[in-house]
Design a binder for this molecule. Sequence first.
Ligand code: URA
Length: 255
Amino acid sequence: MKEPRRIHYLKAMGLTLWQRRIVAKAGRGDESREGAEDARAVDSETGVAHSDPIDETAPALEARVNPELDDWQELQQSVKRCKACGLRAGCTQTVFGVGNPQAELLVIGEAPGADEDRQGEPFVGRAGQLLNGMLLAMGYKREAVFIANIVKCRPPNNRDPKPEETLSCEPYLQRQIESIKPKVILAVGRISAQNLLKTDIAVGKLRGRIHSFGNQGIPLVVTYHPAYLLRSPEQKGKAWQDLQLALSVLRGDRA
Ligand code: URA
């Protein structure tokens, strides 16, 4: 990618400090300074999190996706109709996901927030703007990738989705992944990374390497949630490293 274009995209991500470093010198010295930043890193990234009282009235239904269902539109309809957990009762609409159903890059966030619930599309608020910048910094327009969430309905007051809610919604995401067959999954934030990798390890420890997702063995890269990056912009350099790692897989630079 040409330098002015690259700088433009990095600007879109808000990476002005990083940009200055490239212009000055890109080399080992810079990496070791990154290392110094690493030492100050907080790895208890929370993304978007509040804890609300549990909705005990949530119907204990099970999410079932018809195993015969291989059609994308049908999957969308199935998500629209879903009432498998209590979240649907409290949200405006389901948020299936957006973008290219044949994308090589699949971005997975946590759950719709207030803006997403209103518009029926993931990542349309401030965090979404930053995500768009991050994608542009990688060389992808938003519409070229697919963007989905761990759960399709907004949890009340933006609380974390509960384990039973993520479990209910899991078959839908699984079907989306099977259908899209991305080359790389980018898990943004703690809820996404921990649910996809079935772990409780902090994002700061999961990021910076290539994981393997599910039976399909899809390369999965973890990075910070854009909402967290808005609160902690000093972590954007590390997020950019993660995006470059994802890019190296997408370009086939790694086996
Ligand atoms: N945060 C997410 O994780 N997903 C969205 O869709 C919006 C904000």
